[in-house]
Write a protein of this length. Structure first.
Length: 597
């Protein structure tokens, strides 16, 4: 199946991907970054899945989320009748559950249930036994309990069931995870679990204060962001999946089930602008805990609870999505130096302070330590925000974000009366600004470049007016936007940087798709420069890329017209929320961020 054929269900601690065919092909329990017990997404049935679907062919499949929720309804229309499967993960009670409810709508439909559990990313066959009316599946530390309303049978290292539903029939299934060293929890009551889950999500989504033309799209994206939040810590993972390829059949396959610092400001702005101060506070607090300590040891990403060690491994038993190998878990980029994260952290804490989010003293102490290190550290080359796995460079975006760090520190002193060497920071801010404008500018092409002395462009340059580095009407900003549109767009969608002759500037093979967040940035930049009609038209095209349940991946291939990369991607949905607000409010997140600078 294509990436866009999947939908997301989750309980704000982990998530599953459900295909249009009724198969759950990806599920990690009990956390986003736990080993998958269903990994068919990156392999096949033998790597684990849970299918509940008509035995015959469905000539039409309709999907929707119950409005304002992450409760998925898939309706299968067959020649014998119509049946609906409702899928959800109840927001945590006693244990993580997956609830599946089959309902007959019309006719008489023969159904099949096929459960293939393979713990540890599709590699480990469990020991299966019947226990107190449930089916117990155990391997090592992991255990699952299946409670079914119909008889199930063992069949070639899988569990199957065949049954028929007619109008009004309701057949529930509940799959519950627990530690194998503990007693199984009581199974969830299906009807109550579905009803309570609908009520919980609808109560949460009712808190959305965003209005305007794209209110429903904004609310849907906020529900997705909430689903990608690890509730115990407040951390927001970049995506629910690992190793969905940026190039089909290629090696650009990365694990995104972690929390990136560079998402901080955009995410905070989106949550605050839509009325979710509680989530913004939790995200800010996660940020402060994660970066606590020696500022020279700051990482670009952390685990969902703030873990620092994210060793990268290749799972050679998985054939990969459409043959895209290697399949990776963990992410070695966690050890890269990326100077832009200092600016992102400083700006996020600045935005939190502007919004009146306490505590102020603790966050200022962290900020002082960060800028103290950055006074000398900003001169170093780094790996850039795209985590290029080659020799470090002096990336223009990284230097601009160092400028942002000092600028926000100065504004904290000037605007909030906090104590710090503002005069020294002004000198450093001015030095960085002058250096970027001299060494990062291509006077012949009238554009900034990806790094000092390079000729390549980079979509991150669209950020310059948004962070306040230059005024949106500055001819250098206008020239850079024009250059990005001229050299980095395919069918109007923006690539991160050039990919020529199958080899990108990062040294990896394969031409990746357009990066959706960068295309949202282009819409933001156009709006800031007064080209609102063009920005709105581009945004409408982006909204049109969402799948039938409103989800976006990391990238889009304008040639093959399909999504690429991990799914659903938090940064894409953050971009949708902020750009929608930029286009519907007199002073949206981008305008406020620039104005506050």
């Amino acid at each position: 199946m294509r990436i866009e054929d999947y939908a997301l269900i989750g309980d704000t601690q982990t998530a599953a991907l459900v295909g249009r065919n009724g198969s759950i092909d990806w599920l990690c329990l009990p956390r986003f970054d736990s080993g998958a017990c269903f990994a068919a997404l990156l392999g096949d049935r033998s790597n684990g899945r849970w299918s509940v679907a008509p035995a015959g062919t469905a000539h039409r499949v309709e999907r929707r989320y119950v409005p304002g929720t992450l409760v998925l309804e898939t309706t299968f229309h067959t020649h014998d009748g119509t049946v609906r499967v409702t899928d959800c993960m109840p927001v945590r009670g006693e244990a993580p559950d997956v609830v599946r409810l089959v309902e007959g709508i019309s006719g008489s439909v023969a159904m099949e249930m096929d459960l293939v559990v393979r713990f540890d990313y599709g590699s480990t066959v469990p020991w299966v036994r019947r226990l107190d009316g449930a089916l117990s599946l155990v391997a090592g530390p992991d255990a699952l309990e299946l409670v079914s309303a119909v008889p199930v049978h063992g069949n070639d290292l899988s569990t199957t069931a065949a049954f028929t539903v007619g109008p009004g029939d309701r057949v529930p299934f509940v799959l519950t995870w627990h530690l194998s060293t503990e007693q199984p929890p009581s199974p969830a009551d299906t009807d109550r679990a579905v009803g309570d889950t609908v009520a919980w999500w609808q109560a949460w989504s009712a808190g959305c204060t965003a209005g305007g033309r794209w209110r429903e799209e904004v609310r849907s994206s906020l529900v997705t962001l909430k689903a990608l939040t690890y509730a115990p810590s407040g951390g927001i993972v970049a995506a629910a999946s690992t190793s969905l390829p940026e190039v089909l059949g290629g090696i650009r396959n990365w694990d995104y089930r972690f929390c990136w610092l560079r998402d901080a400001t955009f995410t905070l702005q989106a949550l605050l602008a839509a009325g979710y101060e509680g989530e913004a506070v939790a995200w800010r607090d996660w940020l402060l805990r994660a970066i606590a300590g020696d500022p020279s040891q700051i990482q670009i990403m952390y685990g969902v609870a703030g873990e620092r060690r994210l060793p990268e491994l290749e799972l050679d038993w998985l054939p990969g999505y459409e043959g895209s190998v290697p399949v990776r878990i963990g992410n070695a980029a966690a050890k890269q130096r990326q100077l832009d994260v200092y600016g992102e952290v400083m700006d996020a804490l600045h935005q939190a302070r502007l919004a009146g989010i306490p505590p102020d003293v603790e966050s200022w102490e962290v900020q002082l330590a960060l800028v103290d290190w950055l006074e000398s550290g900003w001169r170093q080359p780094d790996s850039g925000l795209w985590e290029i796995r080659g020799a470090p460079r002096h990336f223009v975006h990284s230097k601009v974000m160092c400028w942002v760090a000092f600028d926000r520190a100065i504004r904290a002193v000037e605007g909030f009366g906090l104590d710090g060497p503002a005069d020294r920071w002004r000198m450093l801010r001015g030095e960085i600004h002058q250096e970027v404008c001299e060494r990062g500018w291509d006077d012949e092409r009238r554009t900034f470049t990806q790094s000092y002395g390079s000729t390549e462009l980079d979509a991150s340059l669209l950020m310059l007016p948004m962070v306040g580095f230059l005024h949106p009407q500055d001819e250098r900003v206008v020239g850079t936007i024009d250059a990005v549109r001229r050299e980095l767009t395919v069918d109007g969608f923006v690539e991160r940087y050039p990919t020529e002759h199958g080899m990108s500037v990062d040294g990896l093979p394969g031409r990746e798709g357009a990066f959706l967040l960068c295309t949202f940035w282009l819409a933001d930049a156009l709006a800031l420069t007064g080209q609102v009609d063009e920005a709105s038209a581009l945004f409408e095209r982006l909204v049109g890329l969402t799948n039938d349940v409103g989800l976006l991946a990391e990238e889009y291939d304008p040639v093959q017209r399909r999504m690429l990369g991990n799914f659903p991607q938090a940064f894409s949905h953050v971009g949708l929320v902020n750009t929608a607000l930029n286009l519907t409010e007199a002073l949206g997140p981008a305008g406020r961020r620039r104005k506050d600078a």
